[in-house]
Design a protein around this ligand. Structure first.
Ligand code: SAM
Length: 307
């Protein structure tokens, strides 16, 4: 897909804190960001450019409109081949989602496959980052190949950031995309913390009331359990995620987080993978890069089609 033909449309976005996250998601994939006139976020973002036209009029500017929502009629974004032309991608309100009339107006409704019981969605900006990445890389046309392994074969080691919202949001994605446990190195003490506001912020972002992910300190990890390690640490080295396939060997440790400062006493094979979002100059938010990684690897771990 050519640069400049992609636009992210945030419909009725209420949380102003979501605005920089949506901006980052759009910038990563060289998409423009338009906010529908309904939410408070649009009044902040577009205060200088005068009133926006109604959403129906905005949608008329695109050759194709894709709505992102996990509803029974949606098609996996990993099975959707991107059409030519100017594409508008809608994400919806944090609680209500995209209203039915806009889902009907869209040419296609796409979803990010969800596996975690009790969670029906990921954070709106995270959803935008994943969908824009998949569309920009046209992963629906490339068809990620199932690796014949399951989530039980790939453990996660998360190198935590200093921000509890970012970490909690990543844990929401980890549960949503099928992991049941993670190991966490938490040098800034934002998850295994004594500070109540910090603890509450992380738990809220993780949707802990429905997210049953087991989070274990990294000293419980035994590296001898793994045949290979795959590291994604924000450095642009190794294999681009859109061309990545899982290494051989039964058990794999997937390491995600800040540049790996610690050295691993690991005897097996080590590979690097990076998130090849379209604009390499844009530094992806922690939750965005991690959630893209987990969503794509989860696709590689899905069951192979029979026959
Ligand atoms: C937090 S969700 C809205 C809540 C959602 N209606 C629910 O039932 O939980 C906010 C927006 O993020 C996007 N979104 C979140 N998870 C998604 C997924 N798995 N597939 C596609 N879009 C998703 C959609 O655009 C949705 O309108």
């Amino acid at each position: 897909m050519k640069t400049g033909e992609l636009a992210l449309i945030g419909h009725d976005i209420e949380g102003l804190w979501n605005l920089p996250l949506l901006q980052n998601a759009a910038a990563m994939s060289r998409a423009s960001l338009v906010l529908s006139p309904d939410g408070p976020a649009s009044r902040v973002a577009d205060g200088s450019s005068g009133p926006l036209p109604p959403i129906e009029e905005l949608l008329g500017r695109f050759d194709h409109v894709v709505a992102c929502e996990a509803v029974p009629a949606s098609r996996s974004v990993y099975d959707y081949a991107v059409p030519r032309g100017h594409l508008g991608v809608i994400v919806g309100n944090e609680l209500a989602g995209i209203p039915r009339h806009l889902l009907q107006r869209a040419d296609q409704v796409v979803s990010i496959p969800m596996l975690g019981q009790g969670l029906s969605s990921v954070n709106v900006a995270v959803a935008a980052a994943i969908v824009l990445y998949a569309l920009r890389r046209d992963l629906g046309r490339k068809r990620l190949r199932a690796a014949g392994r399951s989530h039980r074969d790939v453990d996660l080691l998360v190198l935590g950031p200093p921000n509890p919202h970012e970490l909690g949001s990543l844990f929401r994605s980890a549960w949503a995309f099928g992991w049941r446990r993670v190991f966490l190195a938490d040098p800034a003490g934002v998850w295994f913390s004594e500070d109540r506001p910090t603890v509450l912020a992380g738990r809220a972002a993780a949707r802990r009331e429905v997210n049953r992910l087991t989070i274990m300190p990294d000293d419980r990890l035994d590296l001898r359990d793994y045949a290979a390690m795959v590291v994604c640490d924000g450095q642009r080295q190794g294999t681009p995620l859109s061309r990545f396939s899982l290494p051989e060997g039964h058990r794999i440790l997937l390491v995600y987080g800040q540049p790996v400062a610690r050295s691993f006493d690991f005897a097996g094979a080590v590979e690097h993978v990076f998130i090849d979002h379209a604009d390499a100059e844009v530094m992806a938010c922690y939750r965005h890069a991690g959630s893209i990684l987990l969503s794509v690897v989860s696709q590689l771990l899905r069951e192979r089609p029979r026959g």
